[in-house]
Design a protein. Structure first.
Length: 234
């Protein structure tokens, strides 16, 4: 019976291939199997980030993790999608799973981890998160000293957004997409729109910075963020 393979979840960063860590690069280039997720009929963003580092001789495994599903439905689909990864591990082959940003910060690898980490030896390699990349790309300090920083997913109800925004010094609002208009309206209601900074695809070749009120709500991608930096100036 073959020795089980090792599972590696590596963060590939927000988009710039040079933001891949040295450890992630070493594991990526040494693994016989590389797995990555994408939406159906779309290229994998994670694979695109590291494509120049792939040897061309590795086995590649593509899987799909559809969003916006009921938990019971999603769980069964996720079980099915990670099964090919488990097959390689059971056969003794190490598998590197790519994840945009950081694997444990809203990362797709979490769904692989919860299903396979108890069965196979697993190592997770942190990655540069968009939470770190966006303020740098915007050229603004995010927090100082004892500032409270809050990360908010845009799909939450407006009332919850308001509650959290009133209780923090700085905020990052993620997963904008079709929720942009709601978020923009909340920011105007709270008088925060003048501080809010919008960015798409930070560190990627298509990086775009647009004034908040000039953003077309119908064109906001998933990989976008609104940063509200602290008012502190130490």
């Amino acid at each position: 019976m073959p020795t089980k393979g090792r599972l590696y979840g590596i963060g590939v960063g927000p988009g710039d291939p040079e933001l891949l860590t040295l450890k992630a690069l070493r594991l990526l280039q040494s693994a016989p199997v590389v797995a990555y997720q994408s939406a159906v009929d779309k290229e994998s963003i994670a694979r695109g980030i590291v494509s120049q580092y792939l040897s061309g001789h590795q086995i590649e495994v593509l899987f799909h993790l559809p969003r916006a599903l009921e938990p019971e439905t999603a769980s069964a689909i996720y079980d099915q999608e990670v099964a090919p990864i488990a097959e390689h591990l059971a056969a003794g082959r190490d598998v590197v799973v790519l994840c945009e940003g950081d694997p444990f910060f809203y990362g797709s690898f979490m769904y692989v981890f919860t299903r396979l980490s108890e069965k196979y030896q697993t190592e997770v390699v942190p990655g540069v998160s968009s939470l770190m990349a966006c303020p740098v790309a915007l050229g603004v300090p995010f927090t100082y000293y004892n500032d409270i920083m809050t990360v908010l997913p845009a799909p939450m109800p407006a009332e919850q957004l308001i509650t959290h925004l009133l209780a923090t010094d700085a905020a990052a609002i993620m997963k904008l997409g079709r929720h942009f208009t709601k978020v923009r309206d909340v920011l105007h209601q709270l008088g925060l729109a003048s501080r809010a900074l919008y960015i798409e695809r930070a560190t990627m070749a298509q990086q775009t910075i647009i004034p908040l009120d000039e953003v077309d709500p119908d064109q906001v991608p998933y990989f976008s963020m609104i940063i509200i930096p602290t008012k502190s100036r130490l």
